[in-house]
Ligand binder design. Structure first.
Ligand SMILES: Nc1ncnc2c1ncn2[C@@H]1O[C@H](COP(=O)(O)OP(=O)(O)O)[C@@H](O)[C@H]1O
Ligand SMILES: [Mg+2]
Length: 275
């Protein structure tokens, strides 16, 4: 007996499998059902189907990037609470998130005291770049300097510099917390010279530029470095309170409140709350 012709739905499934689109394949039945019942227009259905595939691809890219980039955590720009940090111009971050600064090989410097979200925003931009398929790399200044010093001792500095010069986006976190040796600073300068006008670097610092000479142990080199960084640069100056301290302050206030309230009232509140 001749096999019944495959339904259109099955044909679509075969085509998606043939095109190696597992994200779309998984979503297609649900989307077609919604389209059949009139919940989705044809255009919406196509958009959802392609969106499902792009979502899966971005997720895979991100996972691969997370493995190779050494990003210390997943912190996205969507998770950032801009209302807590009014000194940040949201439009500036939104525009950076469009990533055209990477095409123009421009840098970003996030400045501000501890806990205001510099690392979070730097990682958020790196994740956005990774999701768009670009290579990213994360390191603190100390990490990067150690890595360069090790390579130099092993006679492989040139190779390490090439490797670190390659990613479209490099985060150099925590410039200013730990002083670096003069050799370390010179190696960092070499790296930044290699990346200058070739790829973007996102830096964070708790110190203003005028203090970088002290951090790098060499005023003249710091000036030359800052000159290159600032040539094509977006500066995000964050003046505000620590997000970490906010959480501490809330816990502290709750503890104080509990201690201040008389015990019977607290018990009553708890009982009422449990009802
Ligand atoms: N505005 C914000 N919205 C949400 N989370 C924030 C915000 N600012 C900081 N955080 C969180 O607070 C912690 C400290 O922020 P972080 O970026 O490490 O600060 P910094 O690098 O400036 O010292 C992190 O867990 C970060 O995700
Ligand atoms: Mg930080």
């Amino acid at each position: 007996m001749k096999a019944a012709p495959a339904s259109r739905r099955e044909q679509i499934r075969w085509m998606l499998a043939d095109l190696k689109m597992p994200g779309a394949l998984e979503a297609v039945d649900g989307i077609l059902s919604k389209a059949d019942s009139g919940t989705l227009t044809a255009a919406e259905a196509i958009q959802d189907l392609l969106g499902a595939q792009i979502g899966l691809r971005n997720n895979r890219r991100l996972q691969a990037a997370m493995r190779s980039s050494r990003l210390p955590a997943v912190k996205t720009l969507e998770e950032f609470d801009f209302s807590f940090q009014p000194s940040i111009k949201r439009e500036q971050i939104d525009s950076l998130a469009e990533l055209s600064f990477l095409e123009r090989k421009e840098n970003v410097v996030l400045l501000g005291p501890p806990g205001v979200g510099k690392t979070h925003l730097a990682i958020g931009l790196a994740i956005a770049a990774a999701q768009s398929g670009r290579r990213v790399y994360y390191g603190t200044l100390s990490d990067l300097v150690s890595s360069l010093e090790e390579a130099r001792a092993a006679g492989s500095l040139k190779r390490r510099l090439s490797v670190l010069a390659a990613p479209s986006l490099m985060v150099v976190d925590e410039i200013g917390y730990l002083p670096v040796s003069q050799t370390g600073a010179m190696l960092f300068f070499q790296l930044m010279s290699r990346r200058y006008e070739r790829a973007s670097t996102v830096m964070t610092s708790n110190k203003g530029f005028e203090e970088w000479g002290e951090v790098l142990g060499d005023e003249v080199m710091a000036a030359a470095l800052i000159d290159r960084i600032l040539h094509h640069c977006h500066i995000v100056n964050i003046r505000g309170n620590s997000y970490r301290m906010r959480q501490h302050t809330e816990v502290w206030r709750m503890l104080r409140q509990d201690a201040d309230e008389s015990t019977p009232r607290t018990r009553r509140k708890v009982r009422e709350g449990n009802r």
